[in-house]
Design a protein around this ligand. Sequence first.
Ligand SMILES: [Zn+2]
Length: 469
Amino acid sequence: MFEHTRAVDRRSLLKTAGLGAAASAVGLQGARAATSPDKVRGVVFMVSDGMSPGVLTMAQAYSKLTRNRGTLWWDLNNRAGSTRGLMDTASANSMVTDSAAASSAWGGGQRVNNGAINVSTEGKAIEPIAAILKRRTKARIGLVTTATVTHATPAGFASSVPKRGSENDIAPQYLDRVDVILGGGSGYFDASLRPDKRDLRGDFVKAGYQSILNRDGLLAAKGAKLIGTFTKGHLPFSLDRDNLAALKKSVPSLREMATAALGRFLEGDKPFLLQIEGARIDHAAHLNDIGGLLGEQIAFDNALAAVLELTATHPDVLVVVTSDHGNSNPGLNGMGNAYTESTQRFARITRMKASHERIFSEWSLVKDGTPAKLTQLVKGHLDFTLDENEADALHKILSKGNVLEWNHQLDKPEGLLGQFAGNHTGIGWTGTTHTSDPTLITAIGPQASRFSGMVVNSDVFGHFIEMLG
Ligand SMILES: [Zn+2]
């Protein structure tokens, strides 16, 4: 379909394209690696998608309130041998990247336009890291996510398509290229749901994959290669999964999926690259949903715990924890006289028992709903009471009416509900979209120093190649 540019060519291409700073940075890092005695057998690359830097602090406080201990990511920054840095996240055509361009930078080695997955600004397909490693070293490749497995972030490591929405075209590219695939998105594999009626799941099974459709199946799976999709679309938010028994029974946690993938890769001595994505931190931020967001970040932290436990006896495995971009930059504001109310306001987040997604979905089923009914629904799930003006405005905007809102980013149901919740919790949001902020990056294991300081997103690919290729 496209001509593949080769990795080596791309590096020189970067130099000739006048991107001196980026190219020389790779050269410098490469030289550092050449003198390093630390051999890397495998890399676990963990992505908290859409995690603005301030989320680290809020997750730490939320974790102490709900689990009586801090987060592992926080703790990891203090561990001997760990490195810290910031990721420069821009895409080819915007200071604000989307997840497709961000993951393509990591998985393809060059910045592409937002919306594209490993297709260059000139329209050429770029061979993704999974295909290169598979060809060169027969490395084992894993993609674990709480979104559809064909969503932008996993797709950036293992596919090339001009538009990220072409998930039906992304799914077949994983066949024999990705060994363990776990997340949502069964619709892109099943004959009855694919537009071309191809029995893609059947093709995976013929190629030796074990097909899994629920949590019990995952926990009992014995196969070395897995295709596990647990929902038609994205997996539910952790906050909803934790509060709805049926979901908890059928859908595995990110920790369980991460354990299944990494456990398989740690057996034997083959090289491997495993991406583990907490995808819905991003979705919660788009929805200005602080309870949903912190629930996801804790689920991500639980997966990190499993990864650190499993790799503790494997000194040849590098663990990298980061995000692809910020989103809506949530933060706790100073509340009350001399800000003395902020801490207790923040604690109210622990009383939230449903995601905004669930609230909006339940509201869409209510017939002839009044502002009073809406207030009741919000109170039942988020444990705060909308005042009369707030209930009227939210009701009006949910009924497609116009309300007075000077910030156009927030001029939508999620923006209003986020602000009203913020009047109680102290959490403010800059908008409902991605932001240009650098993201946090922490690494531990051999060659972790590659990910210290300012890391350009498109240099991550070169590090993968140098360590594993
Ligand atoms: Zn997003």
